[in-house]
Design a protein around this ligand. Structure first.
Ligand code: PFF
Length: 487
């Protein structure tokens, strides 16, 4: 129940949650980031580690989040507070909810700037403004786009407006309706782009690049990037999935829906690779170009190919829609919290959130032009938002949620909410108690610069630590639960 006493609204259609959560997961992370980090970290071996991270950390954390949302029927703060109070635990745990909500908001503050790049490139493609004969020419177009705060700010403002327009309309009328045509449209465009890639001449190279698992080419930095990206790409610990989960009908299977969303997200990331790399290889370009890969190399390659402009338009249209379906999920937690707790209507909540978001994202946007000199410890505001959320807040929020679910709450709570058979339940419990926390701790060890962990080299150590954690955890958890019981 929402705090207003009204029963919480639920997704209308059978596929409402899966479409919306997949819309949240599939975004710039899949189409912009995944291909370029795969390119940077050497291809197939990176893909393999990434898949392992999705399975071992992403899926269990996502199930936990959805279960929190559905059990607590509220925004991350309210839902976690209700679930912990059901087990008689301290309300202090709802700090995890506050952090998740803030994290989603902070991600959106820089995400709208990148989404703005996508919209502006779509416009340039449509109007013939993307011409050049070398990667340097394209880099100059990209730099000019960023240098003008009015232009860049105009595009990110457009993304903010569209996001708030959809969220302001509500869960069913706004979010569910828009994802129900944007997601199929996106997949259709992606398929068309892959067909284009097949005929471009570089398809075989792209397949080899993505799927030849040459472990020698993978650095420890690559493995950490894979783990960190698993959080980002599945929209974890940012309030989005938890809040969408709060609209999930009681009868739906959390295990099955999670697997569908994670699978769809992974398939789209791989499909994006299969759409982008053939074009890059066919034109003899470097797959390890970095963040500019799709904004510099790709437009140049499209330009050199028959029907390239048409497919370029399709590509940036797809990217813009993917960004939008993710953006809406990042503010839903805040908007839902405002509606439930401040007695304001959804449109008012959405537009007031939009104003604050616009102010912060404008600061992030200025990192590329007027504020190019405004740095703190070597980072711009834009980079700080990215660094704090992906290196700290997402893993920390994920860790808090799995420990809460695995050790602190009454064991019946999640057993009941997940409704799994004994074997999958034990598997989930082992993952949230030991495997996910260990993976997350490795991210922290690295982020703190304490030690450079290499999975390839240190796996016997990691395995030993895991076994010790399991033995200690199983021995201590009953006592821990008892100690945490309120007087
Ligand atoms: N999963 C999105 C992507 O891959 O682009 C990013 C994201 C969406 C992160 C929603 C966090 C979030 F709450």
């Amino acid at each position: 129940m929402a705090s207003s006493g009204q029963p919480r609204i639920q997704w209308l259609g059978r596929w409402g949650f899966v479409l919306a959560a997949t819309g949240s997961a599939v975004g710039l992370g899949n189409i912009w980031k995944f291909p370029y980090i795969t390119g940077e970290y050497g291809g197939g071996a990176f893909v393999l580690v990434y898949l392992a991270c999705i399975l071992a950390v992403g899926v269990p954390v996502m199930m936990t989040e959805i279960a929190f949302g559905r059990r607590g029927r509220g925004s991350p703060i309210d839902a976690i507070r209700r679930v912990v109070s059901e087990s008689g635990r301290s309300f202090g745990w709802s700090l995890i909810g506050w952090m998740a909500m803030l994290c989603g908001f902070m991600i959106l503050s820089f995400y709208v700037v990148v989404a703005g790049w996508s919209f502006s490139y779509l416009w340039k493609m449509l109007t013939g403004g993307l011409t050049g004969s070398s990667v340097d020419d394209m880099a100059a177009v990209f730099a000019a786009n960023n240098a003008n705060p009015w232009v860049l700010g105009g595009w990110s403002t457009l993304v903010t407006l569209l996001t708030m327009l959809i969220v302001g309309k509500g869960v069913q009328e706004g979010i569910e309706k828009s994802v129900s045509w944007m997601m199929p449209g996106l997949v259709l465009m992606l398929v068309l782009l892959i067909v284009f890639g097949v005929f471009s001449g570089g398809f075989g190279d792209a397949v080899r690049f993505l799927f030849s698992f040459n472990t020698g080419s993978l650095s420890s930095a690559g493995m950490l990037a894979a783990l960190g990206h698993a959080f980002f790409t599945l929209s974890l610990a940012s309030g989005a999935i938890l809040t969408y989960g709060s609209y999930l009908p009681k009868g739906a299977s959390i295990g099955r829906t999670t697997v569908s969303v994670a699978l769809a997200d992974t398939v789209v990331a791989l499909m994006a690779g299969l759409a982008i790399f053939p074009v890059i290889f066919a034109n003899g370009m470097n797959p390890g170009e970095g963040p500019g890969l799709i904004f510099m190399s790709l437009p140049l390659a499209f330009q050199a190919m028959p029907l390239g402009t048409l497919f370029g338009i399709l590509f940036f249209l797809m990217l813009s829609m993917a960004a939008l379906t993710s953006s809406i999920s990042m503010v839903e937690a805040t908007v839902s919290w405002l509606c439930d707790n401040k007695g304001i209507t959804r449109p008012v909540a959405a537009w007031s959130t939009g104003i604050v978001l616009w102010l912060i994202s404008t600061l992030a946007m200025l990192s590329f032009n007027m504020g190019a000199d405004w740095t703190l410890a070597g980072r711009h505001f834009f980079d700080w938002l990215d660094y704090l959320t992906s290196r700290w807040m997402m893993p920390l929020g994920g860790l808090g949620m799995v420990l809460l679910a695995g050790f602190v709450l009454n064991s019946e709570t999640f057993r009941d909410e997940l409704g799994l058979a004994p074997l999958p339940y034990t598997l989930w419990l082992t993952m949230v108690r030991y495997v996910s926390p260990l993976g997350i701790l490795v991210i922290f060890v690295d982020a703190l610069g304490l030690y450079q962990v290499s999975f390839a080299q240190h796996w016997p150590w990691l395995l030993t630590i895991l076994v010790v954690m399991m033995a200690a955890g199983e021995a201590l958890s009953p006592r821990l639960r008892k100690a945490l019981k309120p007087a």
